[in-house]
Design a protein around this ligand. Sequence first.
Ligand SMILES: Cc1ncc(C[n+]2csc(CCOP(=O)(O)OP(=O)(O)O)c2C)c(N)n1
Ligand SMILES: [Mg+2]
Length: 374
Amino acid sequence: MYLTKKLQLKIIEDIMIKKVYEDSVNYFQVMDENGVIDKSQMSNYIDDSKITEMYKWMSLTRAADSKVISLQRQGRAVTYGPSVGEEATQVGSAMAMAPKDILVPNFRQHGSYFVRGLPLYNFFLYWKGYEEGMDGTKAINATPYTVPVATQLLHAVGLAFGQKYLKTDANVLTYVGDGGTSEGNFYEALNFAGELKLPIVFIIENNQWAISTPVSKQTAASTLAQKAIAAGFKGVQVDGNDPLAVFKATHDALENADEGPMLIESITYRLSFHTTSDDPTKYRTEAEVDEWLKKDPLKRVRTYLEKKGLWNESRQEVMDAENAKRINEAVEKSEQFKPNPKTIFENIYSFMPDTLKDEEDAAINSGFWQQGSY
Ligand SMILES: Cc1ncc(C[n+]2csc(CCOP(=O)(O)OP(=O)(O)O)c2C)c(N)n1
Ligand SMILES: [Mg+2]
């Protein structure tokens, strides 16, 4: 019998090649952009009072965000990366944590900090430029903001390893941006977490941009969630502008974290600039932003609550006024803060090297600041 070359190859392929691995990534949403809920997808731990709470946290986050931007524009705050548009990812996930769990953010998860209980005073103090603001993270089981992209992931993995080793029963929740997934640290963290089956949940806050690099130029992979597969655990995509979906994915992942890690790719959008020193009009269109404005997490949750009779304009006004009052008080308090200039020298090492001591003495002697006057 004569067999074409193609057929011969096909027979060889059938005999010689077997599929050794296959996986898939699911995407899910609970509340759509019109505020309509798919009840079959809803977490048992969510009810209308929780949804109202989510709305309040997201609103506080947005209000605090615009306050720092305004302060920065007046020279009263340092460079700041806003979270506007990303509140559902932050609030939805942080609300799924137990108090004992540990939060390891990057530099943008302001909403997660608020939900965990970081005082507004600490937040504004930090963004005024004082590291002391981050002292408040100890009390809320969180690590400070981390600016070097993706480095927080290995810290998070170390913390998760510690929890497992010490059998504390606490889990770790950490975040990384879409850009951060191209860092070596990201792959190393996933690999460790997978191999050691650590109690950790990774959230990729995929806001579509890494400064001016769009996610389409970040990777050839169709999803970022699939990157978990190579590390031996599951990845899932959620609508990151839907706090209910983010809550559910995070809650499920934390509940099963004793069996190992989970990667959640939260699809959201950075509605504002990367930081106060960026101008996004240089690299993206207004039409793109307009499309995402329709998916604004605050808008959809408010629509839902209003339809249910749980929210209205007068409640909104009361909440806005309360938020503004709390924010202004915190800003005023942070502006009273008297920094200790010695921290420039003393916060670097656990001990004071001689060379640094010499620099400190020289600074004092030069009258750069008067010792004891602070
Ligand atoms: C190791 C490192 N490289 C570069 C930078 C400069 N940088 C700050 S944020 C950023 C982009 C991060 O994008 P992404 O991970 O998507 O997070 P997003 O800012 O969108 O929240 C870059 C390149 C940095 N801070 N750290
Ligand atoms: Mg990004």
